[in-house]
Ligand binder design. Structure first.
Ligand code: NAP
Ligand code: G4F
Length: 344
């Protein structure tokens, strides 16, 4: 019989990439979970809607009945939870909703699996944000959890719940630690896509001989370990199909600053820039003096995670996980995609 996989967060970056990955590499039936929104947000999975091995189901993470019903009715072989309030900065604005979505809902999933599908393999999306105020670099699987945001704290709570259910009921339940991963399906609020989108807009204005639209950023010195989202899906699937329910780090092992992402994007677009001012007053300008980007302290966070760098050697050695994309390829791919989208 065909195996059944529930994927939550199908309208987001990772859920949609995982559905593509499983359609391509398995013959499993995919149940993509969405919540109803007033305005359709199906762009990331529109291409899958007519596929015979893809079916949409309704599930809101803040409604435990919708989670339990899906597990009871489908009795999945795999449950991959990529849904979340995933925007770290937003977690100070909506801490309760973040906790409900990123922590309580995981408890409801674990309960439903324990009750109605105890052989189901469960993956919850963990994050490098759980390491937060890091003690050493690179971070490995033994690094302590030191979250710096309501988001990070909710992911840590979920990690403990996953472990407790795994140990109490012998469930195959895991939460890998994925470091930042980006791509053409990334939401526009995240810094990489915000940069690629705005640089593409500026390039088009320059080409049209129009005044350029400037944009703002926060902390340019934050360092992140950025991978291509498409590389991560194989690692998650390998974790889920490992002999034992073990949790791994997936990361690039390279760290780059937000400033470096900005400058690499401008270089990809062929936009020559100069810098002016310091700290809160820093600006990037075109050679004819138009403002490309200026700092806006509103984008600073109440607590920052200054640097993240992952050590994924365990996943490479034990799962045979391999990354295929490098930092510069990723920046170029995101810029070129936004340029094409905006050009129409
Ligand atoms: P994303 O693009 O923001 O997608 C989040 C998904 O969650 C969307 O499909 C969203 O649906 C859904 N969602 C949010 N609240 C929901 C609710 N109450 N009920 C049902 N669905 C809900 O995030 P992503 O980048 O794909 O990340 C996937 C997962 O990995 C998340 O758990 C994230 O925290 C974690 N993670 C991501 C990264 C990364 O760098 N991307 C790194 C580490 C961990 P709507 O479209 O309806 O809002
Ligand atoms: O792109 P970001 O919002 O991603 P962040 O906070 O690293 O979180 C992402 O990765 C986590 C894994 O480590 C995931 F768990 C999480 O779900 C999400 O996918 O911000 C990256 C850095 C931060 O240090 C932030 O302060 O960029 C800095 N930044 C500077 N200016 C900005 C901006 N971030 C945003 N979003 N917008 C800015 O204007």
């Amino acid at each position: 019989m065909r195996k059944k996989v529930i994927i939550t967060g199908i309208s987001g970056q990772d859920g949609s990439h995982m559905a593509d990955y499983l359609i391509k590499h398995t013959d499993h039936m995919i149940y993509g979970a969405i919540r109803r929104l007033s305005v359709n947000n199906h762009r990331n999975f529109e291409h899958l809607k007519e596929h015979p091995r893809f079916q949409l189901i309704n599930m809101d993470l803040t409604d435990s009945h919708s989670i339990t019903n899906a597990v009871r009715e489908i009795e999945p072989d795999y449950f991959i939870n990529f849904a979340a309030q995933s925007f770290v900065a937003g977690s100070w604005d909506y801490p309760i909703q973040t906790w409900e979505t990123d922590s309580n809902s995981v408890l409801h999933m674990l309960e439903a699996i324990h009750m109605f599908a105890p052989n189901c393999r469960f993956y919850n999306a963990g994050s490098s944000e759980e390491f937060g105020d890091v003690e050493y670099s690179p971070q490995d699987e033994d690094h302590p959890l030191r979250p710096q945001s309501p988001y990070g704290a909710a992911k840590c709570a979920a990690r403990h719940l996953v472990r407790v259910y795994r140990e109490s009921y012998n469930l195959f339940a895991i939460q890998g630690w994925l470091f930042n991963h980006e791509g053409t399906r990334r939401g526009l609020d995240f810094v990489t896509r915000k940069i690629s989108h705005n640089v593409a807009k500026i390039k088009l204005a320059i080409e049209a001989g129009e005044p350029i639209p400037s944009f703002s950023l926060g902390n340019l010195e934050a360092m992140r370990d950025w991978s291509d989202a498409e590389d991560m899906m194989d690692g998650v699937w390998k974790m889920l199909n490992n002999e034992t329910p073990q949790e791994f780090i997936l990361a690039s092992g390279e760290m780059h600053s937000v400033r470096e992402f900005l400058e690499t994007s401008l270089n990809c677009a062929g936009i020559t820039f100069k810098k002016h001012g310091k700290d809160d007053n820093e600006e990037y300008l075109t050679t004819d003096g138009q403002i490309i980007m200026k700092i806006n302290p509103e984008f600073y966070r109440p607590a920052e995670v200054h640097e993240l760098l992952g050590d994924s050697s365990l996943a490479e050695d034990e799962l045979g996980w391999v990354r295929h994309h490098e930092f510069e390829d990723l920046v170029r791919k995101m810029y070129e995609n936004d340029y094409k989208l905006l050009k129409g």
